[in-house]
Design a binder for this molecule. Structure first.
Ligand code: CTP
Length: 410
């Protein structure tokens, strides 16, 4: 049994936090509720007080609240700090370290893992300011329960609805007793685009953000793996605790992966690697414009995944996972890619569908393995990442040999 601090901020879905608290209690945990002033306009503190049988903290200015330096005591005692719902304003304050109320002071004072369940109007969620704040928190190791899509209380339809209480409680319980099924395993994940330089100022790139690969890396690390991310040029910040090797071109990515493949238990090629690069490399000086059209000759890059597949043939490890982004005949192309590249799993998705592919944080994927196809509904990339890591953990526990990790006893 652990003590969970639940921070409730002022959104219409604050009432759902009541059910989250009950579910945490049902799982045997004790809950202390902290509310922002705005939250108390949506749900009465008395409701939480009655079900938690603890004083609900709504302000640091309440007489007596400082006698035991309450936020420090709760900060030390809590095994998890869950913020549900987290409004755009609360997320911004958490991201920037503001500490103007009890909830945000607690966030700064605690060393416990922090889990945030955002809820807001869909345009507020999509706003670059909110997205940048979410990225900032993610890069500091804050965990999230992605909001759902659908009809919002404000009357709009879109992403921003607080995740269901069951999903929030399940995520909290996972953090309270983390699965460490990849402890001692080494995982390499590539993520992001590659840029192929044409000259000192221009390049050929693609729209990959790196979000899918970074989610896989974060999930594997949370489950105890020693994770190295080979990261192409992207503005996303990798989660805390990952080893990061930054690369630019397909060639650099290939060199980095070859350097890491020995001793890896699994390699996930989530990067969108360029298939072509300017023949002969980038021009030394800036290419000047001419009157007529410009012809650039491109040559093939090394297919890193296929190269790994050839190298792995005859070996028991690592588990190899690739992606296939398609716009038609998704499963047929993916099955062909899996065989041609000799990999264990191809995560296939139709990038022409809304909610799938680049620059969004959801995906609609199918797993293509030697055993067949398994398709999943639209879901957060973090949820798909967990499935991919489940697949890897399953393969490893089914017999891929464990390679000794640094610091392991011989
Ligand atoms: N990949 C790679 N090296 C490359 C290109 C792709 O390792 N030079 C990997 C990607 O990381 C991904 C998978 O291969 O895991 C994608 O397969 P690919 O056949 O390249 O897909 P597309 O780029 O979509 O190719 P195509 O145009 O043939 O559909």
């Amino acid at each position: 049994m652990a003590l969970v601090a639940v921070g409730v901020s002022g959104g219409i879905s604050a009432y759902k936090a009541v059910e989250v608290v009950r579910l945490l209690q049902k799982a045997g945990h004790e809950v202390a509720v902290v509310m922002t002033r705005a939250a108390t306009r949506f749900v009465g503190p008395l409701t939480f007080e009655a079900i938690t049988r603890r004083r609900v903290i709504t302000s640091q200015w309440t007489p007596g609240a400082n006698a035991d330096i309450e936020h420090i005591a709760l900060a030390t005692d809590a095994a998890l700090f869950l913020v549900a719902p987290a409004t755009a304003n609360t997320i911004a304050r958490l991201a920037h370290g503001l500490a103007g109320d009890f909830l945000t002071s607690l966030a700064l004072a605690t060393r416990a893992p922090v889990l945030v369940a955002p809820a807001m109007n869909t345009h507020m969620y999509d706003h670059p300011a909110t997205q940048a704040n979410l990225d900032l928190l993610r890069s500091r190791g804050v965990h999230f329960v992605e909001p759902g899509e659908g009809y919002l209380a404000c009357g709009w339809v879109g992403k921003g609805r607080l995740a269901e209480p069951e999903a929030i409680a399940a995520a909290a319980l996972r953090l309270l007793s983390p699965v460490r099924d990849l402890a001692g395993r080494r995982v390499v994940v590539t993520a992001g685009p590659t840029f192929e330089d044409l000259d000192p100022v221009r390049y050929l790139g693609n729209r990959s953000s790196g979000r899918m690969g970074l989610s896989v890396a974060a999930d594997a690390a949370a489950r105890g793996a020693d994770v190295t991310v080979v990261l192409g040029p992207t503005s996303l910040e990798p989660a805390a605790g990952l080893r990061v090797v930054r690369v630019r071109s397909a060639r650099e990515m290939h060199t980095a992966v070859v350097g890491l493949r020995d001793g890896a238990d699994a390699i996930v090629m989530a990067a969108a690697v360029a298939d072509y690069t300017p023949a002969g490399g980038a021009a030394g000086g800036k290419v000047k414009k001419q009157d007529g059209p410009l012809t650039v000759t491109l040559e093939r890059t090394v297919d890193i995944l296929a190269d790994l597949g050839r190298w792995r043939a005859g070996r028991a490890a690592p588990v190899l996972v690739g992606f296939a982004a398609e716009t038609s005949d998704v499963l047929a192309y993916a099955a062909r890619k899996r065989e041609a590249k000799q990999v264990d799993l191809i995560v296939a998705n139709d990038v022409s569908q809304p909610g799938a592919g680049f620059e969004v944080d959801t995906n609609i994927a199918s797993f293509v393995t030697a055993a067949g196809v398994q398709s999943f509904p639209l879901e957060a990339k973090t949820a798909l990442a967990a499935r991919i890591v489940d697949f890897i953990a399953g393969r490893l526990s089914a017999g891929a040999p464990r390679t000794p990790a640094q610091g392991d006893q011989a």
